[in-house]
Design a protein around this ligand. Structure first.
Ligand code: C2E
Ligand code: MG
Ligand code: MG
Ligand code: MG
Length: 280
């Protein structure tokens, strides 16, 4: 329980992984400390992007990937779910997000210089970053790295778009005018209705892992997943299945006409060097 956790945190001192307990249960002093550590981490270059391959069902080829941030803290690797929420609350996600964009574009450009087939790179964009200034941040990352805009995918969630519908429609349009593509992440878990698939001009839908998990035994998950794939196909939107973990998931998705698969069945998120070996 939280008393015990706090006791252990005090007992062991502040310089250990207790600092990375969930944001909700963290003490104010711990939050301030973690905020300071995040700020330092950016300056010291402790963030790293891992890349998880996405495979195209039609050609059985690695065509896309998603960049996922990791923090190599002095106490070990810290996962994004642990620090992104606090980075969002404190606004630190803005400089961290700008770094992610730059780094993903730099790496994407380097890979595409040596790769025969084009490789797209997807970047997660938080609600705090999704504002008019994002357009110039994306433009700057493209300009400074020379990365081809059409190979950059921005992943946003339903709740990001729904919080200001008119603003989102406008911003999505400006982003797509830069030539970048937009994916709706974790689709099916938010509260966007199907009508918004028409309002928001999207290139890709990522079907949330929660639905893929139930395939093929859960009849509801099967129905929901195949319906999403059908609707997306009719709207000319590509589908990406998240959390593909088994042969059965794969067989079903291929048959249902899903375009891309991402998950542990193929690869975990990989450090850049390992990803490069996969690419080759
Ligand atoms: P997400 O964008 O939905 O990313 C997918 C998450 O599912 C990743 O977790 C990935 O490692 C995990 N995953 C992939 N395949 C499988 C699988 O087969 N099974 C299971 N159980 N999990 C799988 P990760 O890397 O811990 O990232 C968690 C979340 O943190 C991401 O969810 C995204 O919302 C956020 N995030 C990651 N990197 C960034 C970033 O650079 N900026 C922002 N704003 N958010 C980020
Ligand atoms: Mg994502
Ligand atoms: Mg997702
Ligand atoms: Mg997610």
């Amino acid at each position: 329980n939280s008393d015990t956790a706090l006791y252990h945190a005090k007992e062991r001192g502040r310089n250990n992984l207790e600092l990375f307990a969930p944001v909700m249960t963290r003490q104010v002093s711990d939050r301030l400390l973690l905020e300071g550590r995040l700020r330092e981490a950016l300056k010291r270059g402790e963030f790293e992007l891992y890349y998880q391959p996405q495979y195209d069902f039609a050609h059985n080829r690695l065509t896309d990937c998603e960049a996922l941030i990791r923090w190599n803290s002095p106490e070990g690797m810290v996962m994004p779910d642990t620090f992104i929420p606090l980075a969002e609350e404190t606004g630190l996600i803005v400089p961290i997000g700008a770094w992610v964009l730059q780094e993903a574009c730099r790496q994407g450009e380097a890979w595409n210089r040596v790769s025969v087939e084009p490789l797209s790179v997807a970047v997660n964009v938080s609600a705090v970053q999704f504002r008019p200034a994002l357009v110039s941040e994306v433009q700057a990352a493209l300009d400074e790295t020379g990365f081809d805009a059409c190979l950059l995918v921005l992943e946003v969630t339903e709740s990001v778009l729904m919080s200001d519908i008119e603003g989102s429609v406008q911003l999505l349009q400006e982003l797509r005018e830069l030539g970048v593509r937009v994916a709706l992440d974790d689709f099916g878990t938010g509260y966007a209705s199907l009508a918004y698939l028409k309002r928001f001009v999207l290139d890709k839908l990522k079907i949330d892992r929660a639905f893929i998990m139930g395939i093929p035994d859960d009849k509801d998950d099967v129905a929901i997943t195949s319906s999403i794939i059908d609707i997306a196909r009719n709207l000319n939107i590509m589908t990406v299945a998240e959390g593909v973990e088994t042969e059965a998931h794969c067989a079903f998705l291929r048959k249902a006409g899903c375009n891309l698969a991402q998950g542990y069945y193929f690869d975990k998120p990989l450090p850049a060097e390992e990803f490069m070996r996969r690419l080759q």
